[in-house]
Design a binder for this molecule. Structure first.
Ligand SMILES: NC(=O)c1ccc[n+]([C@@H]2O[C@H](COP(=O)([O-])OP(=O)(O)OC[C@H]3O[C@@H](n4cnc5c(N)ncnc54)[C@H](O)[C@@H]3O)[C@@H](O)[C@H]2O)c1
Length: 491
């Protein structure tokens, strides 16, 4: 079954009908079926028998429906509160129509829904159910007319997906095995960009035009971008075509930057093949290259047409690269809190669910703030010191994720989170990541943080952790504290 879940007012019944029509199957509505079974409208049943009895009957009906048959089933907003229902949903394709409390209230306030009478209670209910929807959903779409049906046309069976919505556009982030082959309706011909390490892999799409760039951060430069742009021109790429970036964050940033600037902008599909790029770099539309003076100093915001995170590509990823990605997973879990932090803090291995959880967390942050004006800055947790270390060591000594591991430790010390820092240090060490660096030039690192791109006035803003899930940006720290936090990283 395809099952639609989501809060009141999300439009689940309509979406179920649209999807069913699309697939030539039947639409089922749990509330309607229940009303028929109990012989009265739901609000009347609620008034007469109370919520508890309603939930009991609802659970019974849904578990029965989920046991067999086919079609598209719309669930009532509260159905996921039942653990039995959540359990029964496993193995079905669950689509969440994501709606925030404000939008839901404006759609429901004048209805006869029994749970939409008091604004505060309504919002509290939304907050309580939200993590339950997250737990069961494999496909997450905005609660807009037609969005779910459209989504199911592009998301391959068995894959997970979330729609990123920003001022600059809307696009799916699809996670799963084999999704690099998904047809996401990208315009024109693909111009595949890969690096030398990846070009021979069996999953690299075969295309008429493939451009190979040298691997590594030291090649994320204007010189490489110029060669790539020239190659696009020589291969007759037009504004109706698209760049298909297959690789880690270096290829994604570089190819994305070229797509943003080639003929003032052509489409790009991001197919991240490192853990780091899947959970972070490919999502959010930041593209760019480094200058000798500073990392990512030249770039553009350019939202992808789609992100295809094919988890089968990770099989060939070297262990050290996997570890580097783990540092960003840990960062994301600290920012998101909730089930993701619980999993990661318990030392869980990174699987598809975790990758999807990280992607969702990043999507949620960038949706709220595309251009780093505010909330998006939380993603920079650990990165102020990390970027400074990378700059000082000439981008060659450490992988980005390894620098992030060190940066996270500095950020946690600056946050006064000594216990959490010790826990995170253990998790990083278990993954084989560095927790200190021999011969680190502390003064140079402190000086380099002053040139951080996030600085707008005199102060360099830091991102600090109050608790997992409660991360704050725009904090200032004293020079002495910063120095001490960096000093501690020197072996
Ligand atoms: N745009 C953003 O929002 C954003 C966010 C975070 C990081 N970044 C950028 O991402 C970059 C780091 O990305 P990265 O860690 O993916 O590094 P990377 O792109 O250099 O990839 C790491 C190495 O793995 C190889 N590789 C990639 N996929 C492989 C696979 N499946 N199998 C075998 N080898 C494979 C690459 O050739 C490379 O040698 C940095 O430049 C960083 O600034 C960007």
């Amino acid at each position: 079954l395809i099952v639609l879940v989501g809060f009141m007012g999300a439009g689940k019944s309509t979406a179920a009908r649209e999807i069913a029509a699309d697939r030539g199957t039947r639409a089922l509505d749990a509330d309607e079926l229940l009303a028929a079974r109990v012989g009265m409208p739901i609000p009347a049943f609620f008034a007469e028998h109370g919520e508890e009895e309603f939930r009991r009957r609802e659970e019974e009906l849904i578990v029965e429906l989920l046991r067999g048959g086919d079609g598209v089933l719309a669930l009532g907003g509260g159905a996921v509160e039942s653990p039995r229902v959540r359990e029964a949903l496993r193995g079905h394709r669950v689509v969440l129509l994501d709606i925030d409390a404000d939008a839901a209230w404006s759609r429901c306030r004048s209805s006869d829904r029994p749970l939409a009478r008091d604004r505060a209670a309504f919002s509290a209910l939304h907050a309580r159910r939200r993590p339950l929807y997250d737990e069961v959903a494999g496909v997450v779409v905005p609660a807009l007319r037609g969005a779910a049906a459209k989504a199911l046309r592009v998301v391959p069976e068995g894959a997970r997906a979330v729609w990123a919505q920003t001022a600059g556009g809307q696009y799916p982030v699809i996670v799963g095995e084999g999704v690099i082959e998904a047809d996401v309706g990208a315009p024109g011909r693909p111009y595949v960009v890969v690096d030398d390490n990846v070009k021979e892999q069996p999953w690299v799409p075969v295309a008429k035009a493939t451009i190979v760039v040298p691997p590594g951060e030291q090649h994320k430069t204007l010189a490489t971008a110029e060669r790539l742009l020239s190659a696009l021109a020589q291969m007759d790429a037009t504004r109706g075509d698209h760049v298909f970036a297959v690789g880690g964050g270096v290829v994604g940033d570089l190819a994305g930057f070229c797509a943003a600037t080639y003929q003032r902008g052509i489409a790009v599909v991001q197919a991240p093949t490192t853990l780091l790029a899947m959970v972070d770099a490919s999502i959010g539309g930041k593209t760019g290259v480094d200058l000798p003076e500073g990392k990512n100093y030249v770039g553009a915001y350019h939202q992808p047409h789609a992100v295809l995170a094919d988890t089968q590509t990770l099989q060939s990823l070297p262990a050290a690269e996997h570890a580097a990605g783990y540092a960003e997973v840990l960062k994301t879990a600290l920012i998101a809190g909730g089930w993701l932090w619980e999993r990661i803090s318990a030392g869980a291995r990174v699987d598809e669910e975790v990758i999807f959880g990280c992607a969702r967390a990043k999507v949620a942050v960038v949706a709220a703030d595309e251009r780093d004006g505010g909330r998006r800055q939380v993603l920079n947790l650990g990165h102020t010191v990390a970027h400074a270390i990378e700059t000082v060591t000439g981008y060659t000594r450490l992988r980005h994720g390894e620098a992030v591991a060190l940066g996270l430790l500095a950020a946690l010390r600056l946050s006064g989170q000594d216990g959490l820092r010790a826990h995170v240090l253990q998790l990083l060490a278990d993954e084989g990541l560095p927790t200190t660096l021999e011969g680190l030039d502390v003064d140079a690192v402190v000086a380099a943080t002053r040139r951080d791109k996030k600085r707008t006035g005199e102060e360099v803003p830091f991102v600090l952790v109050a608790a997992p899930g409660d991360v704050r940006h725009g904090r200032t720290v004293s020079r002495a504290d910063l120095r001490a936090a960096v000093e501690e990283l020197r072996r």
